[in-house]
Design a protein around this ligand. Structure first.
Ligand code: GUN
Length: 288
């Protein structure tokens, strides 16, 4: 079997077109949907991510403002900026790029964001809303993964879903979203005794660990849907050194799986698109 590809770029284009339409509709009511991005310090990867988020917003018609702060910013100054953005009715979404420099407490900073503007879906109020089945903002990566499963018309009810990884940003919310859709969900992690035995039962397998070739062909049930959240680089000295790759041994697993997401061009573009979806959602809710 050769797996069918779930094209994250194509689906992200659909999401962006949807967001652009909703943005235009809000503008006719005099609302200018606006995302504020806070970047503290000069982490090179964060700078790239933030540049993408700004460009995506502007390409979709959303206003985006970047607030850059030096890496030695005291926490009260950062919290003060967040308080001002929370209180500003022209700002609908507030995102603080992570990781924060040493000395800044990410939990305290995220807790300071108004949950109604928390378009990352990281605030405990939004995490709790997801855990208890209430409406709220969903973290962009698992939200994008769910959208990909919907795009292939997969009915999740009763399926076995296995999520590898238990981060607050991906693994845990992904598991909760699958559970909300009535899948039977197993979360695997670094202390899981026999990972392969569990993954082989999965109708839907989500890999979100950050380890290249973590998922090999023998770990995948024939016909399974495989979602690869990993973002790794091929190490020096190997063919394709420096190229982006996921957690899944794509070339081998595609012969076993029924559907698979590529890296690049899978989950990554969907994560970016879902931030725009959350931002327009925030603007709509705040101006309804
Ligand atoms: N750093 C890496 N991914 C993310 C993300 O999705 N949101 C924020 N705020 N920071 C990140």
């Amino acid at each position: 079997m050769t797996a069918r590809l779930i094209d994250g770029n194509a689906l992200a284009r659909e999401v962006r077109a949807e967001v652009a339409g909703r943005t235009a509709a809000l503008r006719t009511r005099g609302v200018n949907p606006h995302l504020a991005i806070v970047l503290v310090g000069d982490n090179p990867a964060s700078q790239v991510y933030v540049r993408h988020k700004m460009a995506d917003s502007e390409a979709t018609g959303l206003a985006a403002t970047l607030h850059r702060l030096p890496s030695d910013t005291p926490e009260p100054a950062l919290l003060g900026l967040i308080a001002r953005l929370n209180a500003d009715p022209t700002v609908h979404g507030v995102l603080v790029q992570l990781p924060l420099p040493d000395g800044l407490d990410a939990r305290a900073v995220i807790s300071a964001i108004d949950p109604r503007k928390d378009v990352d879906g990281f605030h405990v109020a939004n995490a709790g809303a997801l855990a208890t089945g209430l409406p709220g903002f969903r973290p962009c990566t698992p939200w994008g993964c769910l959208r990909m499963l919907d795009a292939i018309g997969l009915a999740l009810r009763g399926l076995q879903a296995v999520v590898i990884g238990r981060s607050n940003i991906v693994g845990k919310p992904m598991a909760l979203m699958l559970l909300e859709r009535h899948a039977t969900v197993t979360i695997c992690h670094s202390a899981t005794a026999d990972l392969a035995a569990l993954t082989r039962q999965a109708d839907v397998l989500v890999a979100a660990v950050g380890r290249r070739h973590l998922v090999t062909a023998d770990m995948v049930k024939p016909g399974a849907v495989v979602i690869d959240v990993g973002m790794n680089r091929v190490p020096d000295g190997e063919p394709g050194a420096g190229r982006l790759c996921g957690d899944v041994d794509f070339e081998a697993v595609r012969d076993v799986a029924g559907w698979i997401t590529p890296v690049p061009g899978g989950v990554g573009p969907m994560t970016r698109a879902m931030l725009l979806a959350n931002t327009i959602e925030a603007a709509e809710r705040q101006t309804a």
